[in-house]
Design a protein around this ligand. Sequence first.
Ligand SMILES: Cc1cc2nc3c(=O)[nH]c(=O)nc-3n(C[C@H](O)[C@H](O)[C@H](O)COP(=O)(O)OP(=O)(O)OC[C@H]3O[C@@H](n4cnc5c(N)ncnc54)[C@H](O)[C@@H]3O)c2cc1C
Length: 441
Amino acid sequence: MLPADPKTMALRHLFLLQERAKLLAPSLRANCATWRLSHSLRDQTQSSSAPARDHPIYTEEHFALRDSLRKIIDKEINPFVDKWEEEGQFPAHQVFKSLGKAGFLGVNKPTEYGGLGLDYSYCIAVAEELGNIRCGGVPMAIGVQADMATPALARFGSDELKREFLAPTIAGDVVACLGVSEPGAGSDVASIKTKAVRKGDDYNINGGKMWITNGCQADWMCLLANTSDGPPHKNKSLLCLPMKTSGVHIAKKIDKMGMRSSDTAQIFFEDVRVPSKYLIGEEGMGFIYQMLQFQEERMWGVANVLVPLENIIQETINYTRQRKIFNQPIIQKQIVHFRLAELATEVELLRSLLYRAVALYIHGNDVTKFASMAKLKAGYLAREVPDSCLQFWGGMGFTNEVLVSRLYRDLRLLSIGAGADEVMLSIICKHMDILPKQQQA
Ligand SMILES: Cc1cc2nc3c(=O)[nH]c(=O)nc-3n(C[C@H](O)[C@H](O)[C@H](O)COP(=O)(O)OP(=O)(O)OC[C@H]3O[C@@H](n4cnc5c(N)ncnc54)[C@H](O)[C@@H]3O)c2cc1C
């Protein structure tokens, strides 16, 4: 076949762009004003359907989305982060409203409910950009709202449920939280004790949840509870629980070493009644739905830590360039510049593994192994990078005035939350068929 002449190619290119614009238009135009503006500006000059020349998975649209988000971060979030960290809470309703209006809380959610209808790689781009927020707490809270409390509802919830809970969450009119962990069950999700017993047209809920991000401010919880006495992987269900319901008690706001601006609650349920129509999907499928939610939560967590790690490395480069010891900038010591080069290499490796997992995931593959490997490595680097860099700041690194010390505390969570490092290792071992039978059970 002869190659097409330049005019035919240009027309084909234009046609493809128009088709793509038609597909994206309803959601983007309706939901994302700032994104739309930069998108249309870029569209006039370049193709956006293929990955950008300098990126393995992001197109120009991903970059445009990130640019728009960066503007909100710089104007409406970063100037207030120090204050929120001091106060031990950020105004979730205010921040989420602003992000919701711009479309950032429903990037891959269906357009019927106000989402942008894009694939998961766009959520990853957003998670990466959120890493430019100068603390860990606020991005984590946004992640819970957009990518951790809602995937199962969006996938398996009834239309009525999605209209009542998903649409206002995407719009940023309400704050969501995810209730899985309990005082006696974190890593071992199957052993949760909270019960939701069917009584007529209602579920009657008793029990409690621990470590609930957004818990003090949330309007509703995506709750994992036991709905029968069957085997632990088949007796659980996910329910939408309005937090204003009688019998829901916020027992306390947990005082944490890091993630200070994010509120974390312990919550009790005492004969809480919710209508049975608040069940997400099928009864007994909650454990499976939650495991699926975890896949996205883990990739989100990896994406969200990349920029903070890079920022710490860059700020350490800047500091050690100007700070002199023994008449020489610190960075000229080989142990310093070699270490910074090592850390940057590790972060790039993590980035590559994440993009591989995401590329496979958006084409419908099971990426449990790669997502777990990436989460494990991210947990390690979230400790290693701030620790190594903090050392080069000397006493300054030990103050509360620099990003590296805040992230030293905040990023420590990544090795614990959303499945501890050891849980990731168990999953990887299972995929390698080297996990002892007893532990598999
Ligand atoms: C700030 C913060 C926010 C959180 N937000 C939420 C939220 O919004 N919603 C929610 O449901 N939960 C949330 N969590 C809970 C979090 O997911 C759990 O802390 C986590 O799953 C670990 O559970 P755990 O704390 O009970 O630790 P445990 O389960 O008691 O585990 C303790 C340690 O045991 C080790 N361990 C675990 N499994 C294995 C194994 N298989 N082999 C060997 N060693 C192992 C690990 O070192 C682990 O850290 C949050 C936690 C924190 C700290």
